[in-house]
Design a protein around this ligand. Sequence first.
Ligand SMILES: [Zn+2]
Ligand SMILES: [Zn+2]
Length: 277
Amino acid sequence: MKKNNKFFVKFWGVRGSIACSDPKVAKYGGNTSCVEIRCGNEVFIFDSGTGIRYLGNELVKEDINNFRIFFSHTHYDHICGLPFFSPAFNQKNKIEFFSGHLKPKNNIKNVLSSIMKEPVWPVGLDIFPCSMNFTDFFAGENLVFSDDIQIKTCPLNHENGATGYRINFYDKSICYITDTNHIPGEPDKNILRLIEGANIVIYDSMFTEEEFKDRQHWGHSTWEEGAKLCDLAEAERLCIFHHDPSHEDSFMDKISIEAETKRPGTLVAREGLKIVL
Ligand SMILES: [Zn+2]
Ligand SMILES: [Zn+2]
């Protein structure tokens, strides 16, 4: 049988901090972080922001029973869609959760349970009849799923911790780097190592350099820093991600043109965008 080596990334939520619903953000989308990466028949999901509801609704139409959800971290915008992930309501399904920023003080099962618990939510995680597995690791560890699929990780600079991921499938790679605060003039060595020579780098570009001047400690970065890191690491394509909720479509269009001029090939993530490698 011929091996399925299709490798793609699809964006289901690209917004940072809080979901927004407004005709002025309709083009890029208002749902918070959720990114699907497919390696052949394997489904890898990064973050369960509000975008995961739409992804789940599509996945139930396919004959897939195993899902893996990796958390960049567990701030609200990256986890709040989980109660609406429809594959979780099928007892034939299995979901594995992975998190690299909580150990040893806490663990991912405990954190997810805390958002699905009275009085902040009427039902607990046990509402899901699917089987669930919870894995906590230390950011920096490698996760190996098969000879062909490796996930490398690194710690990011973010309040309460966060994890960056690199998914290697055969000779191609996609990196998911959000949320992270860069330090001006000091390119993040962990990130540089992780994204070296990668094909796609999805990067926390919440602010422009201009905005960043007054928001140096807000936990986020800029597309300009992303471009710098990609240049230094000789990565191919930067993908601007985790858009500020105040950045309307016209603003994002401007960023898209500026980024294309500065680093040709740079993309601005929007809901529904699919990149096949
Ligand atoms: Zn965020
Ligand atoms: Zn965060």
